[in-house]
Design a protein around this ligand. Structure first.
Ligand code: ATP
Ligand code: MG
Length: 337
């Protein structure tokens, strides 16, 4: 299968200027400014196959948007190789633009003061889409995203959710085989998010569209992406299936004990000594949470020992969410395997 994206040793440095204090400092800054080099993207390599939907995730400032800007030709890399749809995004700009769609959730691509359909018409011209292609493709897009009633409104009068659905439609006017989405669901309500997810799934199935998606909402990733690439301070710390990430890291169970009387933590630790468990305080004084590595019969051992020693008012068992797993990984900063 063909690769939609090939990235090798890609690096982007920004110079972060610092200003010296006081008038004298400002004067000196005029001639010779102090700066630090910030490695926003630190020599990463990955490939994405045609038709894949990949979640590109990481904390604020990890370098996600910077990567997407380089992949779409908006920023020039400091070093490294990029091939997207068989092209170098910086060399064949016009031809390249025909083959990708981009949505930045933080920024509008539509013309603010004119009606949505006028923007669409302009983009249709820019991308040289035939009437026939436009009609057959966009009719479906407009219907699925439910934006028909918005088409004659100026963009500035739309709500965020309405605008985002229009942005997505606009990015698809030329039906590109590759779609970059940088936080397309930011600030949207649950129903709009569901609609957008459903829609992305559909175009992926229908046209085998490749999608690289950045989001802080892991439910987006869980709904759409089998594969995630996790970025941390400009480095890829995980590239693989979401499933594997979950099974490697998610093998933790939380058992929440509500004790009839407030237990002593030292004693609790003693009682469960030798088990792969750490105790954390619950929301009330008589509630303690056992974070347990779920291996062998550790769960039944733990419960048996606790119940034998204490009077228990309530007990519940939680599966750790993907969100918590990922947060743990961010905190520890490394992934093994
Ligand atoms: N134009 C720029 N000039 C200087 N520094 C920049 C510039 N753009 C981004 N940076 C820095 O590069 C780093 C990566 O930023 P980037 O926007 O790629 O992060 P991100 O992963 O998209 O974060 P977020 O989740 O907040 O969108 C940050 O430290 C940011 O401050
Ligand atoms: Mg960003």
């Amino acid at each position: 299968m063909k690769n939609a994206i090939e990235v090798e040793h890609l690096r982007k440095e920004f110079k972060a200027y610092s200003s010296r204090s006081g008038l004298k400092g400002a004067f000196r800054d005029l001639f010779n400014r102090n700066y630090k080099v910030l490695q926003a993207v630190n020599g990463i390599s990955f490939t994405v196959k045609q038709g894949e939907m990949v979640g590109y995730i990481g904390e604020n400032g990890a370098g996600k948007s910077t990567t997407i800007k380089m992949l779409t030709g908006i920023l020039t890399p400091t070093a490294g190789e990029i091939t997207v749809n068989g092209m170098n995004p910086h060399k064949e700009r016009e031809k390249f633009a025909q083959t990708i769609g981009v949505v930045f959730g933080q920024r509008s691509q539509l013309w603010w003061d004119i009606a949505v359909q006028e923007s669409f018409r302009l983009l249709k011209k820019v991308y040289k889409v035939s009437d026939e292609d436009y009609n057959s493709h966009m009719e479906h897009v407009i219907k699925t995203l439910d934006i028909g009633p918005l088409l004659d409104k100026p963009v500035r009068k739309l709500s965020l959710g309405q605008r985002m659905r229009c942005e997505l439609a606009a990015a698809l006017i030329h039906n590109p085989p590759l779609l970059f989405l940088d936080e397309p669901t930011i600030g949207l309500d649950v129903l709009v998010k569901l609609k957008i997810r459903q829609f992305l799934k559909e175009i992926n199935e229908k046209y085998n569209t490749t999608i690289l998606l950045t989001t802080h909402d892991l439910a987006d990733i869980e709904a759409l992406c089998e594969r995630v690439i996790m970025l941390d301070e400009g480095n890829i710390i995980y590239d693989g299936s979401l499933q594997k990430l979950r099974s490697n890291w998610g093998d933790l169970k939380q058992i929440v004990f509500e004790f009839s009387q407030e237990p002593n933590l030292e004693q609790l630790r003693l009682v469960t000594q030798g088990l792969p468990v750490t105790w954390t305080a619950g929301e009330r004084r008589n509630v303690w949470v056992a974070n347990l590595q779920n291996q062998g019969d550790s769960m039944s051992q733990l419960i048996a020992r606790v119940v034998a020693k204490y009077e228990i008012a309530d007990i519940s068992i939680n599966e750790i969410s993907t969100e918590e797993i990922i947060r743990n990984i961010y905190e520890e900063g490394v992934v093994n395997g």
